[in-house]
Ligand binder design. Structure first.
Ligand SMILES: *Cc1c(COP(=O)(O)O)cnc(C)c1O
Length: 321
């Protein structure tokens, strides 16, 4: 499954994923799925995060949803019946990361109730690791997922088709394991978009790590001291900054700020250093070179920075074929 949430369900990127062979597009936001569907992307849409209040819309817009609460499943079944549909679900299992998932000891009773819901079809099971607790997908937790699948299939005489082992953090496990057991699906966002797995942030052979580039315009370029003068109080974000005296430096301001991007997720391949940012101004120490007013400075982005720029209405997006 290609995961589109980091790019706000951008249809051009979802379309590229489909062309690259993805038959499922997954997103955590219903609004992103609506956006992709409305623009005619032809795929099965998977909602990664459900909410009770959205049950009616989920049934209407989404093919498959990931779930871990019976209340929500009951509402999904209710609205599916009202819309004369069968809604497909994947049940999430908690395997140590402590984000979403039904605890293994509760799975039997959970399945018993879920299977009784008339307008749902449970098509699989899944888990999510390395998100909240930073737990690494490995042979143990992946095997545990397979064991739970086997056990529940036997107990309820059902057939689970999609066993979804995780996200981009599963790359290392997947590319080294001899035995995928029952796991036949991963939900991949960052590794497709940024070409890196997410346990060590190692680049994946054959993939681009710089498919996304951010350009920002230089709006001031001057030589200034590196030490502010006057009493130091809180900055715009409530932090009290500290400074190192490096003498007078060549400094530039680019038209970019914390309203647009996660500044810590930016890196530059040019000889310059990001020395600070407020809402709308990013300050660079450009070393020996004085940047020109109007010049564009280019940055590479990590996941957090990509997520933020794709969400900012101030950042213009351009897609190159
Ligand atoms: C975000 C998300 C993914 C994709 O994560 P990446 O690290 O971008 O691959 C997969 N599954 C769930 C449940 C998610 O929320």
């Amino acid at each position: 499954m290609g995961v589109s949430k980091a790019v706000l369900g951008e249809p051009a990127i979802a379309q590229a994923m489909v062309q690259g062979g993805m038959s499922f597009i997954a997103d955590s936001r219903l609004e992103n799925i609506q956006r992709m569907r409305k623009s005619g992307i032809s795929a099965k849409f998977v909602l990664l995060r459900t909410a009770l209040s959205q049950a009616e819309l989920i049934v209407q817009w989404v093919d498959v949803s990931l779930n871990s609460e019976l209340e929500t499943l009951k509402a999904l079944s209710h609205y599916a019946e009202a819309q004369n549909q069968i809604h497909q679900v994947i049940i999430m299992v908690e395997l140590g990361d402590l984000r979403e998932g039904v605890c293994p000891r509760d799975l039997s009773s959970f399945f018993k109730e879920a299977l009784a819901l008339s307008h749902l079809e449970i098509i699989g099971m899944g888990c999510n690791l390395a998100c909240y607790g930073g737990v690494k997908p490995d042979a143990n937790n992946m095997h545990e997922l397979s064991i739970q699948v086997d056990r529940l299939e036997k107990e309820f005489r059902i057939d689970l088709k999609i066993i979804s082992g995780g996200n981009s953090a599963n790359y290392d496990w997947y590319s080294t394991t001899q035995e995928t057991d029952r796991i036949n699906n991963l939900r991949l966002g960052e590794s497709i978009l940024l070409g890196r797995e997410t346990v060590y942030r190692a680049s994946i052979p054959g993939l681009h790590t710089r498919a996304f580039q951010l350009f920002a315009e230089v709006i001031e370029s001057k030589r200034k001291p590196s030490m502010p003068s006057g009493d130091i109080c809180q900055d715009a974000f409530g932090d009290v900054p500290s400074f190192q005296d490096r003498g007078v430096r060549q400094r530039s301001i680019v038209a970019l700020g914390r309203q647009d991007v996660l500044v810590s997720g930016l890196s530059s391949r040019q000889a310059m250093e990001i020395i600070g940012a407020s809402s709308d101004h990013l300050i660079l120490d450009s070393g020996d070179r004085a940047l020109q007013i109007g010049e564009e400075v280019r940055f590479d982005l990590d996941y957090g920075a990509l997520l933020a720029v794709m969400t900012s209405p101030f950042v213009r997006k351009e897609f190159l074929p």
